[in-house]
Design a protein around this ligand. Structure first.
Ligand code: C2O
Ligand code: CU
Ligand code: CU
Length: 442
């Protein structure tokens, strides 16, 4: 049996601070095999990691700067780095066979990143993804606003989900028929920054920015903080929303990020707030936020950044649908089960070619009974309709969860030339062919 009891009964008090790398100079990121200590095993778990860390280092850089990452591949197989959500030069997008050659074992590749837009992003390989990410290769990239708002602290929570065996090892079969027939590889150990149920400490009256990133292969989260603490969504997939809204029900599917503006109650001293997941039938705890038993600090009053270049939905009123992409599985492909887009498996895909600056309407039509968080590289889009009804989403995204039998219409305006892949961010589905591309040219 590969399904183990979920290890949710262990709480560990740890310091919230991950290791930060500041991108004021050039960085080295080295992918290599190593080990990682999960709290409930006496043995070390063999993992693959960047710079010897799980998760990889959190990179912080300033909007408007350029920096260089020298990527060294010390794995036994090819790899690349993709900067999920960043709109950068197509040649830096990290997709092997599309924007660059895969980086062979022992080789290096230099990524030049020109950071025009602030926000919460993350980085991960784009080769043998279902295995490379599951083994630990991922990290957060934060591009700070030029005029930073005075949040008293910031918490960065990279959510993940591991499928571990009783001996502490990562379950070594990938892209199994079971993964492929279902919603990909769901694990038995959800983690936050590689920890199980970590505790974060805040002060009464504080205003905290929380960045949540879903780096799991397949698990969807629906983060909840409860009614006793104010949590507002201020950014989705890195970009500021056009109107702040309460957290409510937000499906944080693999690839998605949200930034929350959280105000700790002034009389909250000594209380514990739970960050839990509400997507699974049985709710479970992801982390806790403990309010220090101290006098209240005064809550700073400021407005979070707002979207300055938000695309109005009415821009798409007269735009015809350029492409309908039907999402479904069939027998075939290298893995025996293919996840097709219009019945085609990557790289033999039904691609779309569009012109720079021209508004496009694309339909994701899920004919299957499974989840497909569809992600597009290098562009942000708006959800216009779900199942024929207008969607009210005051934000853009780079990944949208398309539910079983659901049809989602999106609108986008391509602003960057190049070939941008689009794929399901359930990595097992993508490995089984669910990928195509959008070519943008003059
Ligand atoms: Cu995080 Cu191609 O994706
Ligand atoms: Cu991406
Ligand atoms: Cu999928």
């Amino acid at each position: 049996m590969r399904c183990l009891t979920i290890f949710l009964y262990f709480t560990f008090i740890i310091s919230a601070s991950a290791q930060f790398l500041s991108a004021s100079q050039d960085l080295e990121l080295t992918a290599a095999a190593g080990t990682f200590k999960f709290p409930f095993f006496t043995v070390d778990t063999p993992v693959w990691q960047y710079n010897g860390q799980i998760p990889g280092p959190t990179i912080r850089a300033r909007q408007g700067t350029t920096f260089t990452v020298n990527f060294n591949n010390r794995l036994d197989e090819p790899s690349t780095i993709h900067w999920h959500g960043l709109r950068i030069d197509n040649a830096m997008d990290g997709v092997p066979g599309v924007t660059q050659e895969a980086v062979q074992p022992g080789d290096s590749f230099v990524y030049n990143l020109d950071l025009k837009e602030a926000g919460t992003y993350w980085y991960h390989p784009h080769f043998n993804n279902s295995e490379q990410l599951e083994r630990g290769l991922k990290g957060v990239l934060i591009v700070e606003e030029q005029d930073a708002q005075p949040w008293s602290q910031e918490l960065v929570l990279l959510l993940d989900d591991w499928l571990l065996q009783k001996n502490g090892e990562i379950y070594p079969q990938f892209n199994t028929p079971r993964d492929l027939m279902h919603d990909g590889r769901w694990g038995n150990v959800p983690t936050v920054n590689g920890k199980v149920k970590p505790e974060f400490i805040v002060n009464p009256g504080e205003r905290v920015r929380i960045r949540l990133i879903n780096g799991a292969n397949a698990r969807v989260f629906q983060p909840q903080l409860g009614d006793d603490i104010t949590a507002e969504v201020i950014a989705v997939d890195g970009r500021p929303v056009s109107e702040v809204f309460p957290l409510g029900i937000f499906y944080l599917s693999p690839g998605n990020r949200i930034d929350l503006d959280v105000t700790v109650p002034e009389d909250g001293g000594g209380k514990i707030f739970t960050l839990q997941d509400g997507f699974s039938r049985n709710k479970y705890q992801l982390a806790t936020i403990r309010v220090a038993d101290k006098p209240s600090v005064s809550t700073p009053d400021f407005a979070p950044p707002v979207a300055d270049n938000f695309i109005p939905a009415k821009l798409f009123n007269e735009v015809p649908v350029t492409k309908t992409w039907d999402l479904n599985a069939f027998r075939g492909g290298e893995l025996g089960i293919g996840w097709g887009i219009n019945q085609k498996l990557w790289p033999d895909a039904d691609k779309l070619d569009i012109k720079l600056g021209q508004p496009q309407k694309i339909v994701f039509q899920n004919s299957s009974g499974r989840l497909h968080p569809m992600h597009i590289h290098g562009v942000f889009f708006r959800v216009l309709e779900r199942n024929g009804k207008p969607a009210i989403e005051p934000f853009t995204r780079d990944t949208v969860l398309v539910g079983p039998k659901e049809t989602v219409v999106i609108g986008l305006v391509p602003e960057h030339k190049g070939i941008w892949v689009t794929h399901c961010h359930i990595l097992e589905h993508a490995e089984a062919g669910m990928m195509t591309s959008i070519g943008v040219d003059n």
